[in-house]
Ligand binder design. Structure first.
Ligand SMILES: *[C@@H]1O[C@H](CO)[C@@H](O)[C@H](O)[C@H]1NC(C)=O
Ligand SMILES: *[C@@H]1O[C@H](CO)[C@@H](O)[C@H](O)[C@H]1NC(C)=O
Length: 374
């Protein structure tokens, strides 16, 4: 009798927790590093990320698969490292790298499964047929500064996407911030990090949702891998200001989830593509080039919220995590004549509440195993 009650309890639990899940929101910073309170920087103010971290597991040992923009983003969106998905270099302008045409990317898999997909901001992967989204507003439609740094515009576009999601639909929304990327080589008039873009000064335009926070070169923290020079300090002060713009954008996206009733049924991931654009950072195979901030917020893991985790995780874990969340299998197919297998793994067991159910196929049928997660 006891045993029967237990089985019924487990079945109910199973239905309640592992039934139809909600949605996924992925937030990607551009060259974003550890200049946030969640990674112990006490100067750069990031209330948006602090709030997200209070609802997340914060990973302290997360790494990109490659310290370069398009290759890293292709790994984030395909779950396969760049040498396997074909994006060996930058996709933009003359570089012209693309993933293999037979690659089955995450947006493609989700689209086939009927999940609504949206991208707002920086994409920088291709070809289009390999990375299709149902709703797409990126640097391919407008200027990258507008769609990647104007957080009001990004909010409006994300809102447009979310407003079209019907109550019986699930969505995957990918937000590509262009902050805190440098912009001195393309738009020096806006400052080294586009810190003046939209700040309300004459000729700079206005970003209505952005309240710029300024820092003096004296107060910033010089990372261990950067020489402490006046030039580096003024660069870092400008970088902090644009980290603040991205951070306020993160807050806007979470507020949108709340507005549309999805704060409590959406898995949220925040990370970056590669290290910060300073010596030994971006494009370098040093820790400062390869390490990433990584927050994983699951509404099914409230007991883990606010915790820090030292497991080694990789950005190629994002695809298995999202597929696990939606209960989807990775497709069975070949690239260059070889069966494709994901090498990352789902991070949900780390992020979810302790009672974890595993299903084991037995000759007699399906058997439930109850275990307590790590
Ligand atoms: C931040 O500080 C906390 C508390 O001192 C420590 O446990 C943690 O490892 C530090 N994290 C990083 C990324 O330095
Ligand atoms: C940002 O976008 C908003 C909304 O589209 C617009 O009103 C504003 O002028 C834009 N700001 C800049 C600096 O382009």
């Amino acid at each position: 009798m006891h045993r029967l009650a237990f089985v019924i309890f487990i079945s109910l639990h199973c239905v309640a927790t592992y039934g139809k899940r909600g949605n996924v929101l992925v937030l990607i910073g551009d060259d974003a590093g550890f200049e946030t309170a969640i990674y112990n920087n006490s100067v750069c103010q990031t209330p948006g990320l602090n709030y997200l971290a209070s609802r997340s597991i914060t990973f302290e040992n997360a790494f990109t698969s490659v310290s370069s923009c398009s290759p890293s983003r292709s790994a984030i969106l395909s779950g396969l490292p760049q040498h396997q998905n074909g994006m060996f270099g930058l996709h933009n302008s003359v570089h012209h790298f693309n993933s293999f045409t037979d690659l089955k990317s995450l947006p493609l898999i989700l689209q086939k499964a009927g999940i609504k997909t949206g991208i707002v901001g920086k994409k920088n992967v291709g070809p289009e047929a390999v990375y299709p989204f149902d709703f797409e507003v990126t640097e391919e439609q407008m200027s990258i500064n507008e769609i990647g740094r104007n957080i009001t515009l990004m909010k409006d576009k994300a809102s447009e996407f979310l407003s079209k999601i019907k109550s019986d639909e699930q969505f995957f929304l990918y937000i590509g911030f262009h902050d805190p990327h440098r912009c001195g080589s393309t738009n020096p008039e806006y400052g080294q990090f586009c810190e003046k873009f939209g700040n309300g000064e004459p000729g700079m335009g206005v970003i209505p949702d952005w309240k710029p926070v300024h820092y003096s070169p004296e107060e910033i923290v010089v990372p261990y891998h950067v020489q402490d020079t006046p030039k580096a300090r003024s660069d870092i002060a400008a970088q902090y200001t644009t980290i603040g713009r991205m951070d306020q954008g993160v807050k806007l996206m979470l507020q949108l989830l709340e507005k549309y009733g999805h704060l409590d049924d959406t898995l949220v991931i925040f990370t970056s593509d590669n290290g910060i654009p300073f010596p030994s950072g971006r494009t370098n195979l040093y820790s400062a080039g390869m390490s990433e901030p990584f927050l994983l917020s699951s509404p099914e893991g409230k007991s883990k919220w606010g915790q820090r985790n030292k497991e080694l995780v990789s950005l190629v874990d994002i695809v298995p995590t999202v597929l696990d969340w939606f209960g989807l299998d990775y497709p069975d197919y070949k690239l260059q004549g070889r069966k494709v297998q994901l090498t990352g793994q789902s991070l949900l067991p780390l992020a979810h509440d302790d009672l974890s159910l595993q299903f084991e196929s037995q000759p007699a049928g399906l058997q439930y195993k109850v275990g307590y997660g790590k």
